[in-house]
Design a binder for this molecule. Structure first.
Ligand code: PMP
Length: 388
């Protein structure tokens, strides 16, 4: 049987198809393909080769709470946080997951009381609206007896809960803190976007449970690697148990690749000034995001029917200068009186976005990904500016 050519060459898929000026532009998902351009330029710094006999065992680091985590990955995670200064790592357990999505589920499992306690009532899971649309979906899809989605944290009554705090927030980019406080409530901090390309690094976060992912830090969403920083050993053990029961472990091949990618990021900042400068991910990312946000604001002003969150800025301890916030998503509002559903209005103009209603918010808002490739982004802003 003939083998398809791409297969025979071992060529990987490229993800979303290429676009032309009249294509449908899909900015619904936060697919971080913007970063491909950067990683095309880093040569072998972020490359790995895995011989056929390697990464075959289930086990990686049997002495660690997270026994399936590659020591090299653990090392590079800690090194990068020390470099960026966005999160404390000393005194924390690092756990690896298949994306931070798996670690989010692991946290729900670890933090909910067993089904035969708590009067049999499932743990309430809440987050301030507008909240990341996956939180309710992932919490409820298996209809667990351990936990259930309980909506907007601001209207929650009770003192036993898991509060998801996403900062900077998906979808609207705001900097957030927990809104609830109680001795029997627990916060999980989703810091997927707490990186210098998106927001000034103003403090070293030191919450009990913090989630991160290469999907947003380096753009390697397809590698499916996330990590959690967890203070409490028992919580870390229970989260590890979840992953053990769910997928036995996490792809070592992916961990090795993620470790190499994180190493390339740190190395570029620790090399002497000069030839490594163009290989500095956060400088590249920030420049790119600043440019895109300015294009978007200009397009919204030209059109006249859209509004965007106001730009804010603060001193960034990593960049050592004042920096603006450049969220990975635009929380766009259509101000036209006759448009009640902004997502369907934009769909009519071949721009796919996610409706505010999916984030527990007004459908006059949509969330637009800011991380697509240049060609799609350019067509998007051009199209948006022409809408009246
Ligand atoms: N948290 C937030 C806030 C996100 O936006 C995303 C990705 N859209 C995730 C978690 C999940 O990331 P991962 O690809 O690591 O599962």
């Amino acid at each position: 049987e003939p083998v398809p050519k791409a297969w025979a060459a071992g060529a990987p898929s490229t993800g979303k198809p290429a676009v032309t000026p009249d294509s449908v532009i899909n900015l619904d998902h936060g697919d971080p393909t913007m970063f491909e351009e950067f990683w095309r330029g880093t040569g072998d710094a972020a490359e790995i080769v895995i011989p056929g006999w390697q990464t075959m065992s289930y086990f990686s680091d049997v002495g660690n709470v997270c026994w399936f985590m590659e020591p090299g990955f653990n090392h590079e995670v800690r090194r990068l946080h020390r470099l960026v200064g966005n999160a404390a790592v000393d005194g924390y357990h690092v756990l690896v997951g298949t994306g931070s999505t798996q670690l989010f589920m692991a946290a729900l499992y670890a933090l909910s009381p067993p089904a035969d306690t708590n009067g049999g009532a499932p743990m309430s899971v809440v987050s301030t609206a507008p909240y990341y649309s996956s939180y309710p979906a992932v919490t409820d899809f298996l209809q667990s007896g351990l936990f259930r989605w309980a909506g907007d944290a601001n209207s929650f009554k009770g003192d036993t809960y898991i509060e998801l705090v996403c900062s900077p927030n998906n979808p609207d980019g705001t900097i957030r803190e927990a809104v609830l406080s109680s001795d029997s409530g627990i916060a999980v901090h989703d810091l997927a976007y707490y990186w210098p390309q998106y927001t000034p690094i103003t403090k070293r976060a030191d919450h009990d449970i913090m989630l991160f992912t290469v999907s947003k830090s380096t753009g390697h969403a397809g590698t499916r690697i996330g990590w959690a920083l967890v203070k409490d050993r028992d919580v870390a053990k229970k989260m590890t148990k979840f992953i053990e029961l769910n997928t036995i472990g996490v792809s070592k091949d992916s961990q090795l690749r993620a470790a190499k990618v994180l190493k390339a990021v740190s190395d570029a900042y620790e090399m002497p000034e000069g030839k490594e400068e163009q290989h500095r991910l956060f400088d590249y990312g920030r420049r790119k995001m600043v440019e895109r946000w300015s294009m978007l604001r200009e397009a919204a002003a030209t059109s006249g029917i859209f509004s965007l969150p106001e730009e804010t800025s603060a001193y960034c301890n990593f960049a050592n200068e004042t920096a603006s916030t450049n969220p990975a998503f635009a929380w766009l509002r259509c101000d036209r009186e006759d448009v009640e559903d902004c997502a369907s209005f934009l769909r009519g103009h071949k721009i796919l976005t996610r409706s505010g209603s999916q984030f527990g918010a007004d459908p006059r808002y949509v969330r637009v990904s800011m991380l697509d490739r240049d060609d799609a982004y350019d067509i998007f802003v051009k199209r948006l500016s022409s809408l009246k």
